[in-house]
Write a protein that binds this ligand. Structure first.
Ligand code: PMP
Length: 396
């Protein structure tokens, strides 16, 4: 049956999104998501992937995945708590714990469901969560799912965090209070003020949760934002993804053994969704081995990030105040930003426009994600194209 209500709901809302220019058109890749990509038969310089270290196409990861598929098959066959836990999953979790300098770790099928599963396994309706207003959607959804009272604090505003935490504490309404933040904010590339957050948390006995999706592999010799600040023993939940710098798929929490034991019996994606595939797990293990043994890829990532930043700044673009290789190029007006991104595309650079409501109105930007795999020639070519489009649109 074709529901009339559904039809009119979809028609109306899709038309509304399209009329506002907010309907996202997806361009399927005809290549891997490396520094050069192919879309509609056209090769382009890719400045839009989270494959920060180029590991998604690394031959060592591919070989490990193939070997694991040959030995264990393509699927885990069950959820982790039935019989979907293979020796590979255990090895991955041991490696993650060692890499993060924690007692234990638990792996999930994605970063998104890790946040959904981990937050809601510990927090509930008698609790409160202080959440940075710019936290990722998966944190927002995880907080909602927990049914805890969510109190947003102004982005990286420690005075606001302290005032709101104090108020929550003094109210006596909540059994547990958590503070949760991204380690690196992916729209601007800024780093959370973890030392100050930890100070407030210690003062008021708050549970600390850091989502380091964009800091792992990038900061603190690759270990992440928590290590960057030397706070490994001060953060309860060190959450991260295996899908960005590590190049594969999956999410994890690293922390104290008791916390991980609890997540293993209470986290719903761990209990009710099929385990990560053997190929993915084997590739993740290899990625962690690579990061544990060398900082060469991080060095290249930062060199490329700084090179692109200097280049764009030198041309006269506004690149915001990023503290990481993530390089926004702020255009401002939403429509202008989209036209700018489309012109880059036509000229051979793939860099997506990020506009309201993802970022505040009037701060539309084209976001650039240089990686360790880009060559200087590619970055120079991208800068030539940026200059051409900037001049054409009278932005420069
Ligand atoms: N947290 C943050 C901060 C993210 O940016 C993302 C991915 N966009 C996620 C969690 C979700 O991770 P995954 O893509 O591995 O599901």
């Amino acid at each position: 049956m074709d529901s009339k209500i559904l039809q009119s709901f979809l028609k109306e809302n899709l038309a509304d999104l399209k009329s506002k220019g907010l309907y996202n058109v997806i361009d399927p890749l005809e290549s891997s998501n490396g520094p050069l990509i192919k879309i509609c038969g056209k090769e382009m310089i890719n400045l839009s992937s989270n494959n920060y270290l180029g590991l998604a196409t690394d031959p060592r990861l591919k070989a490990a995945a193939i070997e694991a598929i040959n030995k264990y098959g393509v699927g885990a066959g069950a959820v982790r708590t039935i019989n979907g836990t293979m020796e590979l999953h255990v090895k991955l979790e041991e490696k993650l714990a060692a890499f993060k300098h924690t007692e234990a770790a638990i792996a999930f099928q994605s970063g998104f469901n890790c946040n959904m599963g981990a937050i809601s396994a510990v927090m509930d309706k008698d609790d409160a969560i202080l959440s940075d207003e710019l936290n990722h959607a998966s944190i927002i959804d995880g907080c909602r799912l927990s049914r805890a009272k969510v109190i947003a604090y102004k982005h990286s505003d420690i005075a606001d965090l302290r005032a709101k935490s104090l108020q929550a504490k003094k109210s006596g309404l909540y059994k547990k209070i958590m503070v949760i933040t991204d380690g690196v904010f992916s729209m601007d590339g800024d780093i959370a003020k973890l030392p100050e957050i930890v100070e407030v948390a210690e003062e008021l006995d708050l549970i600390t949760y850091v989502d380091d999706a964009h800091g792992s592999g990038v900061l603190g010799d690759g270990v992440g934002t928590v290590k960057h600040f030397g706070l490994s023993d001060k953060i309860d939940f060190q959450m991260g993804t295996l899908s960005k710098a590590l190049g594969v798929i999956g999410g994890y929490v690293a922390g104290k053994k008791e916390l991980i034991d609890w997540l293993k019996v209470r986290s719903r994606p761990f209990l009710f969704s099929t385990a990560l595939t053997p190929g993915d797990v084997a590739a993740c293990i290899t990625a962690i081995d690579i990061l544990s043994n060398s900082t060469e890829l991080q060095k290249r990532l930062w060199e490329n990030g700084n090179y692109l930043k200097e280049g764009l700044k030198g041309l006269g673009f506004n690149i915001g105040a990023s503290q990481t290789p993530i390089t926004p190029c702020i255009i401002g007006d939403e429509i202008q930003t989209q036209i700018f991104s489309r012109k880059l595309y036509e000229n051979g650079v793939y860099a997506k426009a990020i506009i309201f409501p993802t970022v505040p109105k009037g701060t539309g930007r084209v976001r650039n994600m240089p990686t360790a795999a880009h060559t200087r020639v590619m970055l120079d070519q991208a800068l030539v194209i940026y200059r051409k489009v900037g001049l054409e649109m009278k932005i420069l």
